[in-house]
Design a protein around this ligand. Structure first.
Ligand code: PLP
Length: 866
């Protein structure tokens, strides 16, 4: 029989143990080993049995044991210490509190969060990154408020069938059994948000709060009695269901999320966010909700748009076009038009925000693109590694027609990982009292060089052994679930070897990550695994999206290969990749392998986790590895990214991978000095830690966001909102005026003087341009000379700019501008002139997407300098 409803009855803690409740309900325990030790002490056996989930621990521990602890003086003292430590952590001033002008609060929106395995609300990298973002914010005192959804079934857990086919299970999560509390109004009723839907329906949600250290994370939950069945199911699972379901989730996240934040700030007195950060396009509707708020306070749509843009940061996370969120235009029309329209926010304006620029194959106007809307609603946009920034500028160039790639206003901040979450305790302890400085200030990493080989190798060996042991346990459980009897599984006692070079490969399984590249030449792989002198062993994990049959086939191929009796002791697939398994693997593997199709991995973070544990990366130069591989901190698998034939490309890259493993990786690992240590390997480990350590930290990433994006965004937002938004009104009016008048702006004539027939390096050239301004004044525009190296088609390559000064304005609306261009490089040199709008509130010259250039190319492209 199935229960019609389930809930969790919480333990009543004895008064002496009240502080235990506080510790359990703040997820800071998940990155604080001392608190975990305390939980283990409550009941070591149960702690293991519940998979290190403290809420489950309190639910499972016997009342007798609790009353025993209530009188255990030593335990009470430790409990008091831990509670004091948490209180201190929650209130002490941190890095952020030293900054002037930083925002009072930041709203951070993400569809998924990987905080701890005990709160399974994530599917992969995007969620893990969001979790690490919140934790690092907490450590640095950054006043972030997280917003997401509470999925009643979370993401699926994975097992395998006898044939090696992925099986999905959706556990029912009861919020009462999770580290959450319900947001309540002063009268004790739960706070609610409501979103009107077409057809006189309403989507209601309640709000759970997870406390992530200092950072509250608000999770909206539509499983409430007022909802009809369809509405109740909106938050049933992560990335399940069809387009309609996804739209409902995104409406709840974006619009409901802003309303939840407002409720939270009203109830708790938390300052209102000055900056809103959307982690990928899924939460993009938050901008519309904020426009609605402002238009109801008498701003026009355009004025509100400016005020909202100024305080919004949008981070794009994928260069894979299929990964971009799109909806049919009719769905958006139905939601935001007709009887369900917001009176002050016309649906045509909403549609225009998400309108994807047309291409010859796909004309505009058919799909509503959430990433495109995200970019139009945010004055500051970034990708997640330098290479991804570059790829994103290319991908979205169509939004800024007429501008060069380098002008496309998309920057980058490279992701990082939260060290206390991912780094093995042994490694953390090795750092001793240097730890706070290493992690919080990202300083002192060169000191790693002084560590002894003995210490490092000893710890690496212990972490590898832990992985091997845990892998055997998991492997046994997996084989039992696949129908094997214990008698057949004796071999598992010998599966994997704690002394063999261990390569890890764990990730989601979209095709670009190429899970099965290593199987390209199965015989080659076998030789590596079974080498009598220098064997390697491989530990693999990953989940395919439930709807991705292709991904499940790849998993099956790997599993079938790993089932082979000749290799099964050297290569294993461990089901159910989650944060627990991730921690085990990034800590225990000697080498972290990654072979995506370049440049489709936006950043990648698991390799950073491995690096912080003293693992070495063996990866295609994509994402972060393209940026920070320095020749000595791991290995770069040569990419064949110019090769069109996908199969051929795989062959080339796989072959390079085998060669590298055999000739470089294995030979170095097994090259032992007389005292038994692999000296050159350990040099590489130390170099990895000291060179990558300070860069890959989530704290570094957070500081970058605060300094480069949040603080400037708060500055712009304050400027635009002060005195009843006078500057937002002015800026919007100016944009409208300039946009209307722009067709009258032309570069009429350009001439140069001062360089004679044979221009020489170091000379300079005077540029004089006649510009028709139409109805604009010289203050409205910036006239610039662009100059520098030219390519084969007269295109300027990474040009420099000088702003020309206005010399005279005629009655006919024509103005002359002059300036001096330095001939600062030899070789093919060229120049041109461009006119762009100018206003101090613009964040980039491309902001309005308006530009005027000469109709005929100008420039002495053949004037070769000597
Ligand atoms: C770190 C992590 C990811 C993301 O890793 P990538 O290198 O970006 O693929 C995904 N899932 C889990 C469980 C992780 O720990």
């Amino acid at each position: 029989m199935r229960a019609i409803r389930r809930f969790t009855v919480r333990t009543v803690l004895p008064a002496e143990l009240a502080a235990l409740g506080e510790l359990v309900h703040n997820l800071r325990w998940s990155w604080h080993p001392e608190t975990m030790d305390l939980f283990a002490e409550v009941d070591p056996y149960t702690w293991e049995r519940v998979g290190h989930d403290p809420v489950a621990l309190l639910g499972a521990v016997e009342a007798d044991r609790l009353s025993e602890l209530a009188h255990d003086r030593r335990f009470l003292r430790r409990l008091a210490d831990a509670a004091d430590d948490l209180r201190e952590y929650m209130t002490a001033p941190r890095w952020y509190q030293t900054l002037p002008d930083a925002p009072a609060a930041i709203g951070y929106f993400s569809p998924e969060y990987g905080i701890a395995a005990a709160l399974p609300q994530y599917s992969g990298g995007l969620g893990i990154l969001a979790g690490d973002h919140l934790k690092a914010a907490s450590d640095l005192g950054v006043p972030i408020l997280g917003v997401g959804l509470l999925y009643r079934h979370g993401y699926f857990t994975q097992s395998l069938s006898a044939e090696g086919w992925q099986q999905e299970h959706y556990p029912s999560l009861d919020p009462g059994g999770l580290p959450l509390s319900l947001l309540k109004e002063a009268d004790g009723a739960s706070a609610r948000v409501a979103i009107p839907l077409p057809g006189d329906r309403t989507l209601h949600a309640q709000i759970w709060v997870a406390q992530v250290g200092r950072v509250p994370l608000l999770l909206l939950d539509s499983d409430v009695a007022e909802n009809d069945n369809a509405a109740r199911d909106v938050t049933d699972r992560l990335y399940g269901g069809g387009t309609d379901h996804r739209l409902m989730q995104e409406l709840l996240l974006g619009i409901g999320g802003v309303r939840a934040l407002r409720a939270y700030c009203r109830i708790t007195g938390n300052p209102e966010p000055e900056v809103f950060h959307t982690n990928e396009g899924h939460a993009g509707f938050l901008g519309l909700e904020r426009i609605r708020e402002l238009t109801e306070h008498r701003l026009s749509f355009d004025e509100a748009l400016e005020a909202v843009r100024a305080g919004t940061v949008f981070t794009t996370h994928t260069p894979v076009p299929a990964g971009i969120d799109r909806f049919p235009v009719e769905m958006i029309e139905r939601q935001f038009g007709g009887a369900n329209a917001w009176p002050t926010v016309p649906v045509e304006r909403i549609l225009a925000l998400g309108d994807e620029p047309g291409t010859p194959e796909t004309p505009g106007g058919a799909v509503f693109n959430m990433a495109v809307m995200g970019m139009r609603l945010a004055q500051r946009v970034n990708g997640v590694s330098e290479l991804h920034g570059e790829v994103s500028r290319e991908m979205f160039q169509g939004l800024w027609p007429g501008f060069d790639l380098d002008d496309v206003p998309i920057g980058s901040i490279t992701n990082g990982v939260h060290a206390p979450t991912w780094v093995g305790r042994e490694v953390m302890e090795l750092a001793g009292k240097e730890l706070p400085s290493l992690i919080e200030k990202a300083q002192g990493w060169e000191g790693i060089q002084k560590l002894s080989d003995e210490d490092i190798w000893g710890i690496r060996g212990r972490l590898r052994r832990q992985l091997v042991e845990a892998a055997r346990t998991r492997l046994r459980a997996s084989w039992r679930a696949r129908g094997a009897s214990s008698a057949e599984l004796g071999w598992i006692d010998e599966a994997l070897d704690p002394d063999v070079l261990t390569i890890g490969f764990a990730r989601r399984v979209p095709s670009y990550k190429r899970l099965t590249l290593m199987l390209k030449e199965p015989e080659r792989l076998k030789e590596l695994l079974l080498d009598p002198e220098r064997p390697v062993q491989i530990v693999i994990a990953g989940k395919a999206h439930p709807a991705d049959e292709g991904g499940k086939k790849l998993i099956q191929q790997i599993v079938r290969f790993a089932d082979g009796e000749d290799v099964r002791h050297r290569i294993v697939f461990l089901p159910d990749y989650d944060m627990n398994l991730g921690q085990l693997m990034v800590q225990g593997c000697d080498v972290w392998m990654n072979n995506p199709l370049r440049p489709l991995e936006a950043c990648g973070t698991s390799g950073m986790k491995a690096a912080l544990n003293g693992g070495l990366n063996l990866s295609i130069k994509d994402g972060w590895w393209d940026e920070w591989f320095d020749g000595d901190n791991g290995w770069a698998v040569p990419t064949a990214d110019g090769v069109e034939d996908a199969d051929r490309r795989d062959e080339l890259e796989a072959s390079a991978l085998y060669d590298l493993i055999e000739r470089e990786v294995a030979s170095r690992f097994y090259d032992r000095a007389a005292d038994g240590y692999p000296r050159r390997w350990l040099e590489m480990v130390k170099h990895t830690l000291s060179s990558l350590g300070p860069k890959v930290l989530a704290g570094r990433m957070l500081r970058d966001y605060v300094v480069d994006l949040y603080t400037p965004a708060a500055g712009s937002a304050r400027e635009l909102s002060k005195a009843d938004h006078v500057r937002a009104r002015e800026f919007a009016a100016w944009k409208l005026r300039v946009t209307r008048a722009w067709p009258g702006v032309r570069v009429e004539h350009v001439e140069t003087s001062g360089i004679g027939d044979t221009p020489e390096l170091g000379a300079s050239m005077e540029v004089r341009a006649t510009i028709a301004l139409g109805e604009l004044s010289p203050d409205d525009v910036s006239v610039q000379a662009a100059y520098g190296k030219v390519g084969g088609h007269d295109e300027l390559i990474k040009p420099s700019y000088v702003t020309l000064a206005v010399e005279a304005v005629g009655d006919d609306g024509k103005a002359t501008y002059t300036g001096v261009v330095p001939l600062d490089r030899t070789g093919a040199f060229g120049y041109t002139v461009r006119v762009v709008p100018f206003h101090t509130l613009m964040s980039s010259p491309a902001e309005l997407g308006l530009i005027a250039s000469p109709e005929e190319p100008v420039g002495m492209t053949n004037g070769t300098l000597r």
